[in-house]
Design a binder for this molecule. Sequence first.
Ligand SMILES: *Cc1c(COP(=O)(O)O)cnc(C)c1O
Length: 482
Amino acid sequence: MTDAPSVLDRLHALQAGDLPTHGGRTLAYVYDSGLAEADEVGRQAVAAFASSNGLDPTAFPSMLTMENELVGFAADLLDAPPDAVGSVTSGGTESVLLAVQGARDARPDVQRPRMVVPSTIHAAFLKGAHYFGVEAVVVDVGDDYRALPAAMAAAVDEAPEDTVLVAVSAPSYAHGVVDPVAEVAAHAAARGIRCHVDACIGGWVLPYAARLGREHHPWTFAVDGVTSISVDLHKYGYTPKGASILLHRSSELRRPQYFARADWPGYTMLNSTMQSTKSGGPLAAAWAVVQTIGDTGYHDLAVQVFAGVDALVDGIGRMDGVEVMVEPDSTLIAFTTDDTCDVFTLTDEMNAAGWYVQPQLRYGDIPANVHLSLSAATAPRVPEFLTALEKGVAAAREAGPVTVDAGIADYIRALDPAALTDADFDGLLVAAGLVPADGGDGTLALPDRMADVNAMLDLASPRLREALLIAFLDRLQRPVRG
Ligand SMILES: *Cc1c(COP(=O)(O)O)cnc(C)c1O
């Protein structure tokens, strides 16, 4: 045995290379309430329930109780009718996958199931389409990045009898706006089609925004035709990672999500979600944090975070060289830069200054831009952030644009990812600076500055980006052997 202190030393040393999860300077991936007491309760709950197994609620009834209480809290928040039910899942992706799977399996009569989604829908739906053999019909959004109900309706009506699901966002991840849910849901309902609202990132904070008088399209179960909603606890519930909720308007709608298998010699498998053995840690942590913060606590956190959103939108609006893409409905902000300021150099500058901001590559006519997910803990730091942003813009202007050599650009545009061999990918990854020429030693050594890599990816088609990044990930994920 290796003694615990030396193992924990190594663990903490490894963690020191990660983005900070707390402190409000990481504006994607993590959500920080800034409430030390809630964090501490969450950590203790994870530890206490890490080995408990949600596989069998009769063996671990505590987990059933916590799940039902959490779903009840969410149902109250989202205007759910008395018959609504829900399940706690491992995250937004699992909630979304189950919504797609349930919609498909509710319609065994459909040979070629399809679902209609706006182009801004989270990629988890496309993953669901891929996993479950559902065709994703992707519809362009309007100039305000919101779904276009008439275009969605027309897409549905191309094959209404094969359409098993329509989905919209509250809000979309990329631009932070709420789709016109009522119109989309009404059209789906008139044809007997399920309508899912993906509120993974906004579901826990938008209801408080509404109470504060901030306007956006209605999207909860108060809207007729909405059949299910996904809402993540591990985003604006500010709980530790590994917890989301999928709510259905009725238990009948949830039924196809369940899986039972008695036809084998072991225990009868009976699952409400994708996992079977399921750690109690994330559920207990989510329950404990929600108990600790509570309705008034979330209200106060919303006041705080929206003060931050307003200050940030205002500050970016006053700044030269940057522009907010659309007035955000929620806590997510996307902004572009003008020709004088390279967007990927700017994100490098911010990261070097200790602020993690997320570059979003160009998509169709939408230029590359910067995504910010604001946490309550970021709100008091907005003035500091704006100062850093101003410096970042100045530095990016000073550095000038990142240019991809014209020959390389033509080469990238002409590449057909389907025709590339492993050796081609090795060459491309080295050329892009993503892996060292000698193949490396298995440790992740990304360049400090990503602007050149991002500029190259930005030129590539989505298919080529996917292929390159998969090749990259494959090369990262190699076992370290004794
Ligand atoms: C985060 C997110 C998801 C996926 O959730 P994960 O927890 O990352 O699996 C789905 N939809 C939206 C809108 C999201 O923001």
